[in-house]
Write a protein that binds this ligand. Structure first.
Ligand code: GTP
Ligand code: PEQ
Length: 211
């Protein structure tokens, strides 16, 4: 039995997924974000991680959580300070909107590099595993480039995980098609229940909502 690796899951349940405002009401965005974090936590547990939610307000979930209402980067860096990662005590940081994440994909983070990075498709950093004690995050913008540079500046060894399932964070309407195409958990069930269906035609598959 391998040791569990601590995993932090940043989650902002207050006004989540504003980029889906054209598609979902505020209450629906909260419910959908909730379904996604359910899937991520379940997949992490099966993959042998010990997840902790880093949340802006209490979630009421039966999982360890740290409540910190500071902005994302500050809150994650405070958690890194508190954890004090090292070669034998890594900390994974996995975003709560990776609705396609499977245990198998998440297990790929468990490499031996000082910093393991799973880039997001839009230039973000969807998941990290940090062993280097001085590595700190700087989210937003092309954060994957910032994180690669920061790791290089520290002389840390880096491994990038090239995974469709970890690269697909669910931010915009077109990402909902990915959940219907490849998801199999609570987030996909929520979309189906809410009336979303795949729409095929010329070009990229999209979603429509049957009401
Ligand atoms: N703890 C914490 N988590 C955050 C914060 N902002 C975003 N997150 C989480 O970080 C991850 C990536 O954030 P985004 O993709 O920007 O998600 P979002 O803020 O819900 O979506 P948008 O409003 O569309 O930007 C998601 O899991 C969010 O729940 C924050 O200020 N604190
Ligand atoms: C937090 C941010 O997420 P995105 O805006 O790329 O979804 C990032 O990964 O830097």
């Amino acid at each position: 039995m391998t040791d569990h690796v601590d995993a932090l899951v940043p989650f902002s349940p207050d006004r989540p997924k504003t980029r889906l405002s054209d598609t979902l009401s505020p209450a629906e965005r909260r419910d959908f974000a909730d379904a996604m974090v359910t899937d991520v936590l379940a997949a992490l547990e099966v993959a042998g991680f010990a997840p902790r939610v880093l949340t802006t307000e209490p979630t009421g979930r039966d999982v360890p959580e740290t409540v910190d209402d500071r902005p994302l980067t500050e809150a994650v860096n405070a958690a890194l300070d508190a954890h004090d990662p090292g070669p034998e005590s890594p900390l994974a940081i996995v975003m709560a909107d990776l609705a396609l994440a499977t245990p198998r994909a998440l297990a790929r983070l468990r490499g031996s590099a000082d910093v393991v990075i799973a880039p997001g498709r839009g230039g973000g950093t969807n998941a990290l595993l940090v062993r280097h004690p001085e590595f700190r995050v700087d989210y937003h913008g092309a954060s994957v480039l910032d994180h690669l540079r920061a790791a290089r500046d520290l002389g840390a060894s880096v491994r990038e995980v090239d995974s469709r399932r970890l690269a697909t964070d669910i931010d915009e309407r077109e990402d909902l098609a990915e959940v219907l195409l490849a998801g199999d958990g609570a987030a996909r069930d929520w979309l189906v229940e809410a009336g979303f269906r795949l729409a095929t035609g010329d070009g990229r598959v999209t979603v429509v909502r049957e009401v």
